[in-house]
Write a protein that binds this ligand. Structure first.
Ligand code: IPM
Ligand code: MG
Length: 363
């Protein structure tokens, strides 16, 4: 099997964190003879500056021919005045949609070493291990009609459409049930079925699909309640399945339970486990270029890549263990810093993971 990885560093802190992840992955590539090759391309604001579009055709082609995509982050204030059609975020949404990456896995795991970095009480978050399965190529992010237009009386109106077909709901539900089956066998489907017909259908289809998975305990929750429960008692959840926009919002909440949004990786998969892997945080323009961003979410995203696309559990575990060991050595980037720890920058954190990997492989 070919193992071509398209690397899209993107904007803001993207290049800094991706470069640390590549160091870690390249080391493992040699050490375990994984046969990975890397090709780089522009996306987002960087691509707009060079080519006038956030998703140049050559970038899309590279992604289509790759087995996996590693992405940093896109966007920044510099490109906010641009028309929506050429905004950096459109580049990211374009890859998700063109590659059919409908199933977005966002695990929120609290490393015991970071229990003090969370703003929530230790007893609320310690031992947290949940997975958000976010539908990624449908819903309000892509529904038509969309846009801003003018009424006859001259007043402007903005429109977005939340739309899901039965088949879109069915396939994400199957993904989520299969993941729940490999975990603690509890799936909570999050919707707003009391108000939105679209998610009434969502609830109905998820319930139907659930009949194929009698071993998985299915529950349903309204999104407002789910947001509250995630900060009140997050350990009640195992797997959450939800729509594109609800998943976007709930995964930011889940991230903070783990201490920092700088810790959360993600995988976006198609029907054949081809995937794009990216940290769930954004481009953090406020700290870009300073060498202080946390590279762990991106490094952990490469572990997900090895697990889901390349089916190499051993290699994935090695990266996760190395991150664990780096945290054990008490180095912390600013976002996860707490008293008594050693504050380090992006490249020192990357180096700590790399050293831990090397130590693991030493006889
Ligand atoms: C995410 C991000 C993106 C999204 C943005 C950058 C378009 O917030 O991956 O969660 O909304 O999906
Ligand atoms: Mg988001």
């Amino acid at each position: 099997m070919s193992k071509r990885i398209a690397v899209l560093a993107g904007d803001g802190i993207g290049p800094e964190i991706v470069s640390e992840a590549i160091k870690v992955l390249s080391y493992l590539n040699k050490d375990m003879q994984l046969g990975l090759t890397f090709d780089h391309a522009l996306i987002g604001g960087a691509a707009y500056d060079a080519f006038g579009t956030p998703l140049p055709q050559q970038t899309l082609n590279l992604c289509k021919h790759a087995d996996a995509v590693l992405l940093g982050a896109v966007g920044g204030p510099k490109w906010e005045p641009l028309a929506h059609a050429v905004r950096p975020e459109r580049g990211l949404l374009g890859v998700r949609s063109e590659l059919g990456l409908f199933s977005n896995l966002r695990p929120a795991v609290l490393y015991p070493q970071l229990v003090d970095a969370s703003t929530l009480k230790p007893e609320v978050v310690s031992g947290l291990d949940l997975m958000i399965v976010r539908e990624l190529t449908g819903g309000i992010y892509f529904g038509q009609p969309r846009g801003v237009s003018k009424l006859e009386n001259g007043e402007k109106v903005g429109v977005n459409t939340k739309i899901y077909s039965e088949s879109e709901i069915r396939r994400i539900a199957h993904s989520a049930f299969k993941i729940a089956r490999q975990r603690r066998k509890k799936l909570c489907s999050v919707d707003k079925a009391n108000v939105l017909e679209c998610t009434e259908l969502w609830r109905q289809i998820v319930t139907e699909v659930g009949k194929d998975y009698p071993d998985v305990q299915l529950s349903h929750m309204y999104v407002d309640n789910a947001a509250m429960q995630l900060v009140r008692a997050p350990k009640q959840f195992d797997v959450i399945v939800t729509t594109n926009m609800f998943g976007d919002i709930l995964s930011d909440i889940a991230a903070m339970l783990t201490g920092s949004i700088g810790m959360l990786p993600s995988a976006s998969l198609d029907a054949n486990n081809k995937g794009m892997y990216e940290p769930i945080h954004g481009s953090a323009p406020d700290i870009a270029g300073q060498g202080v961003a946390n590279p762990l979410a991106t490094i952990l995203s490469t572990a997900m890549m090895l697990r889901y696309t390349f089916q190499n559990e051993e290699a994935a575990n090695r990266i996760e263990q190395a991150v664990n060991a780096a945290l054990d050595s008490n180095v912390r980037t600013a976002d996860i810093y707490s008293e008594g720890m050693t504050k380090v920058g992006t490249s020192e954190m990357g180096a700590a993971v790399l050293n831990a990997l090397k130590a693991e492989s030493a006889p």
